[in-house]
Design a binder for this molecule. Structure first.
Ligand code: LLP
Length: 402
């Protein structure tokens, strides 16, 4: 993914920065587009995973739709080329302003997460003298076997409408004169690696729910199974493209579809994770009493995943690839500069012997990395650098002359 030429150039660049391998992004998106065509599935990219303009522009140009979770994401998706009708809008807490703007924009559907939300969308559409398309997000009570912070489809979670409200939902839809009901939406969690098992279970839950609604005279035109396909954080080089085949094959073989009923998926992580690397530098090598620390210039404000979820990311010393004759390695705790003990990239990592100034790559950082970054400790936001256009790279100021 990162060749020696890249690394030589990075040596001159101010760190930290996000490096995006656009060839890998293109390869991944092409795979998704081709499988989507083969299985007749509509794909909406989950913008929250990475909302960088160039990335969104490429994904929209490939013909995918967008899954948004805020009014600003809807606006941003539109400005990056996603047609309004290919945008769906989820989220448990949409504000009146966000709802009104999205109705005016004519988005494809609100994925409504409560009865009250459908009521408000209907009232707002009536007030605006128009109609709104609405899908109901259902909580299918499936455990996705993933981290509890990114499990969304069980009764413990705030998302979706539960079975005990189905009758009230159908009655509400009958009373909402300004909404067009498009179908049902489900999303059970993220970084799902037991793909066949979990999505088979999802489909087994979804099929009777769809029949229930149809038997009561509610036409379900779209079935949206959300996102969630996991990636390999352990072996990004070996598995640069996620296993979309298994995902698409499982859902399309297990879901019962009438003719004219469309099937939708909303991948986020699986599209962008592997194309992104957070490139950082060793500020200091600290020899502690019991362990050695590599203190990097990238921290939990740049990418919060390890601190928030205990997430594993591969760590590589890029500079060591330019000096292959030094084979020694050493165990380090790799940490960031932020004033929190949880600002740790990885404990006890075996890395080539590292020195001050070495470039360090935090791999598989393209999803929920830059999009979740913040300015804690008033730190600067790291810029993006694209493999096919290095203009975003700021050259490094040398404070020390040899
Ligand atoms: N659709 C809905 C309704 C979602 O809530 C999500 C993600 C997706 C699609 C996309 O899921 P994906 O394909 O990316 O798994 N910050 C966490 C992940 C949070 C996911 C939230 N919802 C992380 O860094 O692991």
């Amino acid at each position: 993914m990162l060749d020696i030429k890249n690394i030589e150039f990075f040596e001159k660049v101010e760190t930290p920065f996000w490096f995006y391998d656009m060839d890998l992004l293109r390869k991944t998106v092409k795979k998704v587009v081709s499988l989507a065509g083969q299985y007749g599935i509509d794909v909406h990219y989950a913008v929250k995973a990475n909302e960088e303009k160039r990335i969104l522009e490429y994904i929209s140009s490939a013909g995918l739709g967008a899954d948004c979770v805020s009014g600003n994401e809807v606006l941003h998706a539109r400005s990056c080329g996603f047609p309004a009708e290919k945008i769906v809008f989820a989220g448990v807490g949409k504000t009146d302003r966000e709802i009104a703007e999205a109705i005016k924009a004519g988005i494809g559907a609100f994925n409504c997460e409560s009865l009250q939300e459908i009521f408000v969308v209907n009232a707002m559409a009536a007030r605006l003298g128009t109609r709104a398309r609405v899908a109901a997000r259902i909580n299918p009570e499936v455990d996705a076997h993933t981290h509890r912070y990114i499990t969304t489809g069980t009764c413990e979670n705030k998302f979706g409408i539960s079975a005990h409200e189905f009758e009230a939902l159908i009655s509400l839809l009958g009373r909402c004169g300004n909404v067009d009901f498009t179908g049902l939406h489900f999303h059970v969690g993220s970084q799902i690696t037991d793909v066949e098992e979990v999505y088979t279970l999802v489909c087994e839950r979804v099929n009777p729910i769809v029949s229930y609604f149809e038997d009561k005279g509610v036409e379900v035109r779209n079935i949206n199974l959300g996102g969630g396909l996991g990636i390999s954080y352990e072996d990004p080089e070996g598995e640069p493209v996620a296993d979309f085949e298994t995902w698409f094959r499982t859902v399309s073989s297990k879901i019962i579809r009438r003719r004219n009923q469309s099937l939708h998926l909303e991948p986020g992580r699986s599209i962008v994770a592997q194309c992104g690397t957070l490139v950082s530098r060793v500020l200091f090598v600290k020899v502690g009493e019991t362990k050695n620390f590599l203190v990097l210039d990238a921290g939990m404000n740049d990418m919060i995943r390890p601190a928030l979820y205990g997430a594993y990311h591969r760590i590589e010393n890029l500079s060591s690839k330019l000096r292959p004759n030094l084979p020694q390695s050493q165990v380090y705790d790799v940490v960031g500069p932020v004033c929190e003990s949880s600002d740790v990239w990885g404990m006890g990592r075996l890395l080539p012997l590292s020195v001050r100034g070495d470039l360090i790559a935090i791999c598989s950082a393209g999803a929920y990395g830059q999009s979740m970054s913040n300015r804690y400790n008033l730190r600067d936001l790291a810029p993006a650098v694209y493999s096919d256009d290095m203009h975003g790279a700021r050259l490094r100021t040398e404070y020390f002359q040899d």
